[in-house]
Design a protein around this ligand. Structure first.
Ligand SMILES: Cc1cc2nc3c(=O)[nH]c(=O)nc-3n(C[C@H](O)[C@H](O)[C@H](O)COP(=O)(O)O)c2cc1C
Length: 354
């Protein structure tokens, strides 16, 4: 079906078609019957291969990456496509419009996207109203960020506000300090600032855990544009502050593999096939330090079963999709699940863990 739909969607500009599809999925999310129908066509229940990580049992290891459902209103329908779990957001404390349009571009020849959305967000109040309506049985990661108007010296406060507000509804919370589209956000990956941020959030999640009577796993989402020294520093701080997982990676500022595209000069983060190797290298380096002690959620240019296998073999425990879904459609989820069941890599990774 997506084969027929894609040419029509690709005639519209990237954000218009995104909004159109998300509006439809938001409506579908309110109808059990439509979600059931989607499951009948795309469902992956028979491919279920549960994974226990971060104290959660994920029905399968293929999740939706953050940024597609920033409003948390299409969760039920997206889940019906067969994802093991859904990551919602990034949500910022206050509503904000994000950058000026156009801010999302398809590099069709490369199966890639450049975006500089800049955390367009409905803000926590509306986000939580939507979130509370989603099926509680779906495993949800909630991805939190900071408002562009919040000075960097107060960035920690925005993450604290986000954590406090989403904790009740989140199965885990992702701390997003790796978007390239909020000025200086990636500075939070630097040693001193990260130490301070993770320290505060770890402390607060322990307090919230006691208050709510449930675990609140924290995941740190990192950029692919970091060097070996930074990777080492980050893994050290993940351990120090008992962070439960690391999501690698966000989009890249590199244009190395899309130099011939007329859209390459567009500002923003590049995602999709051209960044696959770069993400895999980061995941591999992370795994070299973590050795299975802290799970890795791998993403970046996964658009085929082989790319999924490569990511898992590099050390990821689970994977997430965004650009691959845009280019290949929702069938990609079951194709990957079938593909990874056929390989040994999946079983090998299983042994690494607790
Ligand atoms: C249009 C767009 C918007 C995104 N927005 C977010 C976001 O809000 N928060 C986030 O953590 N990642 C965001 N991402 C990054 C994805 O979650 C993912 O890390 C990245 O795209 C690499 O995966 P992919 O190659 O499968 O797309 C966005 C990606 C795209 C293409």
């Amino acid at each position: 079906m997506y084969k027929l739909l894609r040419p029509l969607l690709f005639r519209l500009d990237a954000e218009t078609s995104h909004d159109l599809v998300l509006d439809g999925l938001a409506k579908a999310s309110n109808s059990r019957m439509i979600c059931q129908a989607i499951k009948l066509v795309y469902g992956t229940k028979n491919l279920s291969k549960p994974r226990k990580l971060m104290g959660l049992t994920f029905p399968n290891p293929v999740g939706l990456a953050a940024g597609l459902d920033k409003q948390a209103n299409a969760c039920n329908a997206l889940h019906a496509f067969g994802f093991g779990w859904i990551e919602l957001g990034t949500v910022t404390p206050k509503p904000q419009a994000g950058n000026e349009k156009p801010r999302m571009f398809r590099l069709t020849n490369h199966n890639a996207i450049i975006n500089r959305m800049g955390f367009n967000s409905i803000g926590l109040d509306k986000f939580i109203t939507n979130l509370a309506k989603a099926n509680p049985d779906i495993i949800k990661g909630i991805n939190i960020g900071k408002n562009a108007a919040t000075p960097m010296e107060h960035a920690n406060d925005d993450y604290l506000i986000g954590l406090r507000r989403v904790a009740e509804f989140a199965d885990y919370v992702t701390i997003n300090i790796s978007s390239p589209n909020t000025k200086n956000l990636r500075n939070l990956q630097q040693d001193e600032q990260l130490d301070s941020l993770l320290g505060i959030l770890n402390h607060e999640r322990q307090r919230l855990s006691d208050e709510l009577g449930k675990a609140i796993p924290l995941v740190l989402k990192i950029s692919p544009d970091i060097d070996q020294v930074q990777i080492h520093g980050i893994t050290r701080l993940l351990r120090t502050h008992q962070i439960d997982g690391v999501a690698a990676t966000n989009t890249t500022l590199s244009r190395h593999s899309v130099q011939n595209s007329t859209l390459a000069p567009q500002a923003g983060g590049l995602s999709g096939s051209p960044m696959h190797n770069q993400s895999v290298e980061i995941i591999s380096a992370l795994y070299g330090h973590l050795r299975g002690e802290i799970p890795i959620i791998g993403m970046g240019g996964i658009d085929s079963p082989q790319a999924a296998i490569t990511t898992l073999q590099a050390g990821a425990d689970m994977i997430q999709l965004y650009s691959g879904l845009i280019y290949q459609g929702p069938k990609l989820i079951s194709q990957i699940l079938k593909g990874i069941q056929k390989t040994k890599s999946y079983g090998v990774q299983d042994q690494h863990h607790r």
